[in-house]
Design a protein. Structure first.
Length: 82
């Protein structure tokens, strides 16, 4: 059985009337189910906190990439052959 990240669910059929899903959800995310399997999440705007985005400096980007590069090296090697 799959663990859902929310206690609220709606079927694809219920999404034909999204206003009802929004009203029922309030400020909570809703798992969208297709044949009792989660296929995505519907997250109302009111559930999302405003996040202040800041531009990263070149040094910050370089440091981030260098820490993650080892984890994706095998993918890069695979893609070089394609």
């Amino acid at each position: 059985m799959e663990n859902l990240l929310t206690s609220l669910t709606a079927s694809l059929t219920e999404l034909r009337e999204p206003n009802k899903v929004i009203a029922r959800a309030g400020n909570q995310p809703v798992a969208i189910l297709n044949r009792n399997e989660a296929i995505g999440y519907f997250v109302p705007k009111s559930a999302v906190v405003d996040v202040q985005l800041e531009l990263a400096s070149k040094d910050q980007v370089t440091a981030f990439i260098s820490t993650k590069l080892a984890k994706i090296d095998h993918v890069i090697d695979y893609l070089k052959d394609k």
